[in-house]
Structure formats: structure tokens, C-alpha cells
Write a protein that binds this ligand. Structure first.
Ligand SMILES: [Zn+2]
Length: 154
């Protein structure tokens, strides 16, 4: 069950909880339209992954679930190459997610590829040549760093 409620704040986009046998998602009315799908997928991640289970980092896990659920890496990876603001605007229409979530997805996939190559013994220089991104820096290769936002609370 999904309900839209006025949370009285813009700091939290969504909440979720099992009530008996029913998963319940609450979405803040103040949540911008282009973040709603990601917020709902994030809360779905909590419902699926954290039903009474304590994990090290449930927010990160729910974010990763939501990103993979809405933007599967094997499908979207090729579309995130050579990003520009114009391309992000086009991809937003295709994928139904915000430009920020698209570029965060690109950032996390490039970082993942960089770490994988690093674990296989490639140098920082070699990784930069392959990905076009200096993995020694914790910066996005495409755009300025995003402002931090908390998608939801559980
Ligand atoms: Zn959460």
C-alpha cells in the first residue's frame, strides 16, 4: 500500500514499514515529482531487504537497490558515457528519474569499474585511460559534486 502524506517537512521524502502482512510506503507530498520513483524504489528496497534484519548500512543498501531497480547497470551503462547536461535531460525522459540520480548512477558505476580494475592490479593511470576518470580523486567525472540529500528514513 502506498499513501501520500504531508510530512510537515521537506527533509524526508518517504517512509516504509511492514504492518502485519502488508508493506506500507508513505510518500511525502512535498517530494518533487522527479524524485518520487526513486523514493518509492528506495522504500521498496527497505521492505525487501530489511524486514526485521539489522544490516551495516541500510540506507546505502536501499539506495543501491533503488538505483539498480530503476536503472539496471547492464542496460544503462552504455547510455551514461560522455554525459552532458543535454544528454542528462534526454535520459531523464527515457528513464523517468531525476538528472541528479542519473549522474549519481554514472558516478557510482564509474567508481565501481575503477575499483574492479584496481583490484586486478591496474595502475591509476591505466584506469584513468580506460574510464576517463581519475580514480584517485573522489570527484564525479562529469559534473560538480551533488548536494547531499537524505532520501528517506526508516
Ligand atoms: Zn531509507
Amino acid at each position: 500500500m502506498v499513501f501520500e502524506e504531508d510530512f510537515g517537512t521537506q527533509r524526508v521524502d518517504g517512509l516504509s514499514q511492514w504492518i502485519g502482512d502488508h508493506p506500507v510506503l508513505l510518500i511525502n507530498k512535498a517530494c518533487p515529482t522527479d524524485r518520487r520513483r526513486l523514493t518509492m524504489a528506495h522504500e521498496l528496497g527497505h521492505i525487501v531487504l530489511h524486514n526485521g534484519l539489522a544490516t551495516d548500512d541500510p540506507e546505502r543498501e536501499a539506495n543501491e537497490f533503488a538505483a539498480e531497480f530503476l536503472m539496471p547497470s547492464h542496460v544503462i551503462k552504455a547510455e551514461l558515457r560522455s554525459l552532458t547536461l543535454g544528454k542528462l535531460q534526454d535520459l531523464k525522459q527515457v528513464w523517468g528519474t531525476s538528472m541528479q540520480s542519473l549522474y549519481e548512477r554514472a558516478y557510482s558505476l564509474v567508481k565501481y569499474i575503477g575499483k574492479t580494475l584496481q583490484s586486478r592490479g591496474l595502475s591509476t593511470q591505466e584506469i584513468a585511460e580506460i574510464t576517463g576518470f581519475d580514480s584517485s580523486e573522489d570527484t564525479n567525472p562529469f559534473l560538480p559534486a551533488p548536494t547531499h540529500r537524505h532520501l528517506s528514513a526508516v
